[in-house]
Each structure stands twice: as C-alpha cells, then as structure tokens.
Design a protein around this ligand. Structure first.
Ligand SMILES: Cc1ncc(COP(=O)(O)O)c(C=O)c1O
Length: 351
C-alpha cells in the first residue's frame, strides 16, 4: 500500500481485500447479518430479472415497523437519492435550503447540483445550533436538513430542543430529520421522530440501510413523508432504481433484530473505549452518540501528523476538509482489535 497520503485519495485506498482498516465511512465493521448474506445467496440467480418496481412487500414491512401507512413510505437507492430528490422536486429557484455547518456533505452538494442557495448555520462548540439554523430561515426557506446525531461530530439535540424549534417553523418549510445513525443512540432524552412526524405535517424522516444494517454497497434507504409528496416523487423518478438484491437484503435484515442489537451494543462499548483511551492520551474528542468520533486539533499540521501515523499503520480515517474543517478528522468505530490498534499507534506517537 502506498503510504503517502496525498497520493492516495479516499476512494482509491479503501480497497476491499482487508489490506487496510477502513474507518473512514461509518460502515458497519461487522458487515451485514449472516441471515442477510444467506438470503442474497439464495436469490442470486434473480439478478437477470427486473426488480419489483412498486416494492409492495418492503413498503408494507417498513410501514408496520414505523406505524405509518405504506403510502407514506418511499424507498430509494440510498438516502442520498432522497436528499437529491427533495431538493430537485421541492425547492424552487428563488427558494433556499438551510443546514448546519459541519453536517453531512450531501445536503450542500445536492443543493449545488440544482443551483439552489444553501445557507450554513454556525455551530456552537461543535454542536448543531437549532437557534442559529432558525435565524437563517426566512419566507423562502423550503427545506431544513438536520441529522441527529450529526455527522461528522456525533453530537445530538434533545426532544425538548427539537420541539421548541419546530414551534417556530412555518408549515411551508419542511424539516428533514435525517435518522441515519439513530440505532446507535443511547441518550435517554433523544427525540422520538415518529411521534413528532405524527404531530407536524412538515416533517420528513430519512433512514439509511448503509450504517448499522451493513448494506452500504447495495445502495438502499427510505423516507417517511406525507403522501402528496410521495406521489410526486414516485411519478418523477427513474424506474427500477432500487435493485432486487437490495430489496431482498433489506427484507431479511429487518427480521434480524438480534443482529442489530448486537452491533449497537458492541458500538456503544467500543465508542466508550475509544473516547476514554484517546482522552487519556490528551486528544480532543467530542462525546458521540453515533458510530464514529470526531477529533479536533489546534493546527492542520498537528492533525495531519496524527492522520499520517494512523495511515502508515494502514488505518484509514476521514479528514474533515470537505466537511469544512481542516483541523479535524473523524474515526468510525471499528472492531475491538481495530480500536485497540488505533490506541496502540497513538500511544507510541509523541505529539
Ligand atoms: C447523516 C447521513 N445521512 C445520509 C447518509 C447517506 O446514506 P445512504 O448511504 O443511505 O445514501 C449518510 C452517509 O454517510 C449520513 O451520514
């Protein structure tokens, strides 16, 4: 492996042959459930057939899981595809989108694709500030995207904070609650987005199967949205966009609750381990409710030096420059032996 970081961009060095420890994209280090892999194998010959375009069985299952009507469920090739569609279908050319600084990059990337104004609210001590988001909104704000927990900082806002924020938002502005990492949350006062969805017609919920479900490569996610918007999205999308193997995989994954619980509890244990050990080594680590942690440094040079130590040991983490911070990186929580290796490498490194 090339150990010169500047010559090895993220997506090239993340090879699939176990040569490197991939801790850059918040994937499930344990992979998909064995039951999911068995279902894929059993159905592998179906790749010659077109997928179910309506996804009836999957929507049924998701509607039961979320206690909403199947008409309020939309399945897409990844939640990124829904972020794209939300902007392309809902935001007119003179309207704007509001997000937090240091939040998931697809929000601003998709706004850029459609040439829509994207306003970025200042954070407060690496936390999403709902107050600052609110102050950037106006009558032309059509969408607000907020991930809870936030990617890349791993911080969260409480139910009380969310409810008082929503009271200030007019019904013509949609608030997208991106729940990509909600399965990893252990905080007690975390908002129950489904009950909030039932209360407010302008709430949109996004879910990903790329994280705890371990299906990032299959590209599948879903949204919970009011029916009129779903009807518009269904009528204006590429046909057959969700592939048959992804459909089969998710049907099996939704049944394997035990596997998800195991992955979540391993993550909690390992998250605590990594945060505690790195803090003992005097790194600035933000408290996280997710499957990654965020480290910040006083200079880019210091950040790069630590990044290089990990990289030379074949551990790939994610620098935060494209997210808007050139003095930080994010480490996805790995398996116990991978996390131990991080700590060992950094123990030997004299800052
Ligand atoms: C907050 C957030 N939302 C959505 C996604 C994208 O998920 P998907 O793979 O389903 O497109 C990610 C991926 O990193 C994310 O961090």
């Amino acid at each position: 492996m090339n150990t010169k970081t500047e010559e090895t961009p993220l997506y090239v060095n993340l090879n699939y042959n176990n040569e490197v420890i991939r801790l850059a994209q918040n994937e499930n280090p344990y992979g998909a459930s064995p039951k999911v892999l068995a279902a894929i194998q059993k159905n592998i010959k179906s790749v010659s057939l077109y997928p179910d375009v309506i996804l009836t069985e999957l929507k049924e299952k998701l509607s039961i899981k979320n206690n909403v009507s199947p008409n309020e469920i939309i399945v897409a090739p990844g939640s990124c595809a829904l972020i794209d569609q939300l902007i392309s279908r809902l935001v007119k050319s003179d309207e704007n989108v509001v997000i937090s600084k240091l939040s998931f990059i697809a929000y601003k990337l998709c706004a850029k694709i459609y040439n829509r104004e994207c306003r970025e609210a200042e954070m407060e001590n690496y936390h999403v500030s709902l107050k600052n988001i609110l102050s950037l909104t106006d009558v032309k704000t059509k969408l607000i995207f907020i991930a809870n927990p936030n990617n890349p900082t791993g911080t969260f806002f409480t139910k009380t904070e969310l409810l008082s924020f929503l009271k200030e938002i007019p019904p013509t502005t949609y608030v997208v609650l991106d729940d990509a990492y909600n399965e990893y949350v252990t905080a007690q006062n975390f908002p129950d987005v489904l009950s909030i969805y039932k209360q407010y017609k302008n709430i949109i919920i996004l879910h990903s199967f790329s994280k705890i479900y371990g299906l990032a490569g299959l590209r599948i996610g879903y949204g919970i949205i009011q029916k009129p918007i779903i009807d518009d999205f269904e009528a204006n999308r590429v046909p057959f966009s969700v592939n048959s193997i992804a459909n089969i995989a998710v049907l099996a994954a939704l049944d394997d609750i035990e596997y998800l619980q195991k992955c979540a509890s391993e993550n909690t244990k390992e998250r605590e381990f990594l945060i505690n050990k790195l803090r003992m080594l005097e790194y600035n680590v933000i408290e996280s409710q997710s499957n990654f942690i965020f480290l910040y440094f006083s200079t880019t040079e210091k950040r790069d030096n630590v990044y290089d130590v990990l990289f030379k040991n074949k551990i790939v983490v994610r620098k935060m420059d494209t997210f808007g911070d050139n003095k930080a990186f994010r480490i996805s929580i790995g398996k116990p032996e991978e996390n131990k290796k991080i700590v060992e490498c950094l123990k030997k490194y004299n800052k």
